[in-house]
Design a protein around this ligand. Sequence first.
Ligand SMILES: [Zn+2]
Length: 341
Amino acid sequence: MTFPNYNDLKAPPFWEMMEGKSVIMNVPSTYPVREMNGVHISGFVSINFEKSIHPKSLVPQLKDMDYRLDVDSEKAHRSMELFLSDVEVTLDARIETYRYLFDNQNWQTFMLVFTATDRLLHFLWDAYEDKNHKYHTHFLEHFRTIDTAIGEIRNRLNDNDLLIMVSDHGFEGLDYDIYINHLLKEEGFLKFEPPQEMNLKNIHEDTKAFVLDPARIYLHRKGKYPRGTVEDGDAEEILSQLENIFRCLEVDDRKVIKDIYRKKELYSGPYLENAPDMVLVAEKGFNLKGSIKADKLADKAIFTGKHTQDDAFLIVRGLTDNSVVPDIPTVRDVVSIFCNS
Ligand SMILES: [Zn+2]
């Protein structure tokens, strides 16, 4: 197993195909930065500050502005106050940095990503739902600050500019983390040698399947994994058995799995072989985990919020000149799509 980064990207990012200079701030999985026409500050996971900034000459300026590559979420495990002040400082520095680059670079494309919303929603979904929660106001303030920044950006656009906003996933409350590998162990699909050393290196040759985050099931195929023994001819039978187990899975008398997809329903292309054999989608409130070491099926951790597959996508173009980008819906159409869904 390796952790993929920007060097693993198989296609050029869109900004390498754009004309003119780009400013790209905080896009996930774009570390380490490389040569490009403009400014690039990588997003999470970024390890070394200097390797996260292109051009290097910007490093002292960003350090002066106290720019942070990401919120230090570890702080939430020690103190929520510490975490929240880190969230606030990170957001303030990011807004200050966007203003600086917006005004001082001669850009054609500008992209800015806010990520602390994700961290906040994981730790404090309960604060969002409960008006009497100690951090309810604090939670809302964060989103108000971002709204204000978006409004500011909107007001700085010219009539010919195009503004696109997108979220990469949605959120909901988390009731239980569900450890699918534990279920596979219980049902005899996953074994370790020696049995007490539960990690990917010690998977027993009798193993039929295992799970990696997020809820991606891999058959232990012969020729693909060092001790893999599952033949292609047996794959369908194993997947059907797994499907039956997942469809019946209940916790607290609630169904856990909402949808089950096979590889070819979701994936295609030259890297199909790397794709999982099956993907699970959970019912509301259940978070499917790929931890290999889990010793129980269901648990509750520090998080109160979890990702969903919902997203949002909004295109706003200049207020007066509607002839600039002919192939996209008008703002009114986009808003009505939102209302309908
Ligand atoms: Zn997240």
